[in-house]
Design a binder for this molecule. Structure first.
Ligand code: AMP
Length: 142
């Protein structure tokens, strides 16, 4: 959280134009400049945390509350049937802007898109032992 302001900080500061649709003390949301669908919105913490785990819990709660409030509003605005909600959390996952942002992408019946399951590469073939090890590691945090 140092160095030049991220593009999203510049939007929040009013230095770069954007269609801001929501703003609180800690969170802002604006239309994506290269939308995947009409109404594609980015919901961001105002502070430039790069990854999800860097956000304090109260900011994460504010961020999710905004997503929850905005998703139905966005659907209604563009008459969507659903939304896909996702975060590219790190460069290897496709994160280009190093400032946490939740994509809210309106979805329409027959829009040709896929589910979240479509974002990863080849599915792994994991043994029971490997699954146990992974589950143990996540559970213990080690
Ligand atoms: P990601 O790949 O998850 O980091 O997504 C970054 C998103 O930011 C992309 O969907 C871009 O279209 C969007 N974006 C980049 N610059 C701007 C901008 N100036 N205003 C609005 N959205 C932007």
């Amino acid at each position: 959280m140092s160095g030049d302001p991220t593009i999203f900080e510049q939007i929040i500061a009013g230095d770069i134009p954007a269609r801001i649709v929501y703003e609180t003390e800690t969170v802002a949301a604006f239309l994506d400049a290269n939308p995947l669908a009409p109404g594609h919105t980015l919901v961001v913490p105002k502070e430039p945390y790069e990854r999800l785990d860097e956000m304090p819990g109260d900011v994460a709660a504010d961020l999710w509350a905004a997503v929850q409030e905005l998703a139905p509003r966005i659907e209604a605005a563009v008459d969507a049937d659903a939304t896909t909600v996702g975060v590219n959390n790190g460069e290897a996952a496709g994160q280009e802007v190093p400032h946490v942002h939740v994509h809210v992408v309106p979805r329409f019946e027959g829009d040709g898109g896929g589910p979240i399951h479509a974002v990863a590469g080849d599915r792994p073939d994991l043994s029971e032992d490997e699954l146990d090890d992974i589950a143990d590691s996540i559970e213990s945090g080690e």
